[in-house]
Design a protein around this ligand. Structure first.
Ligand SMILES: CC(C)(C)[C@H](NC(=O)Nc1cc(F)cc(F)c1)C(=O)N(CC(=O)NO)CC1CCCC1
Ligand SMILES: [Zn+2]
Length: 184
């Protein structure tokens, strides 16, 4: 099972690299990895398992965080209406996005960053995601607000970007143009 020890931390060169697409149809190993990544997130949201294995309660994970040069992400989180998004995707792409922006008023964190970094992270308010699911089907769906933030955060990892790269260095808490802060 994946635990925190498997997650590389900021400063590791892999986190700054552009990850390589995985071959389709998906190999058995890639499908296993996708399921293991999703299971890590689900485990981290179980108080008993998270406590036993000291897992940070997470909502998303990208393969480069496991030092794997693969364009694979997993997300397990609910949207504001309580709709569950539980999916692992290979070769995910943002195929379209809104001009309107959003951001978490509390800022973001990252499983690969063991410190608080203050500042607003500009994200598109709505994004259309496309990718291959564990069945090898090409799926396309639109997400907004918090779920959109999670997917953008994870896809950023595939392109060597950390949320800290997106914070306004001079004024971390400056209002973000054309953005509505996410209401929790
Ligand atoms: C870095 C960490 C704090 C572990 C963060 N967890 C998180 O946001 N948990 C959470 C949020 C809720 F709104 C409700 C709840 F029940 C639990 C997270 O998993 N990530 C994923 C990550 O680091 N992927 O690489 C960071 C998030 C910041 C914005 C999107 C993902
Ligand atoms: Zn992260």
């Amino acid at each position: 099972m994946i635990t925190m020890q498997d997650i590389i931390r900021e400063g590791h060169p892999t986190l700054a690299k552009v990850a390589t697409e995985v071959s389709v149809p998906l190999s058995k190993d890639d499908v296993k990895l996708m399921n293991n990544m999703l299971q890590f997130i689900i485990n981290s949201q179980s108080p008993e398992i998270a406590k036993k294995y000291q897992l940070r309660e997470s909502v998303g994970l990208a393969a480069p965080q496991l030092n794997l040069d693969k364009r694979i992400i997993a997300v397990h989180t609910e949207d504001e209406k309580g709709k569950l998004y539980s999916i692992a995707l290979a070769n995910p792409k943002i195929v379209s996005y809104s001009e309107e922006m959003t951001y978490l008023p509390t800022g973001e964190g990252c499983l690969s960053i063991d410190r608080e970094v203050e500042g607003f992270v500009p994200r598109h308010r709505r994004v259309t995601i496309q990718g291959y699911n564990v069945k090898g089907q090409l799926v396309k769906f639109r997400v907004r607000d918090y779920v959109a933030v999670v997917f953008q955060h994870e896809i950023d990892h595939l392109n060597g970007h950390l949320f800290t790269d997106r914070i306004n260095k001079e004024q971390p808490l400056a209002p973000i143009a054309n953005a509505q802060p996410l209401e929790f």
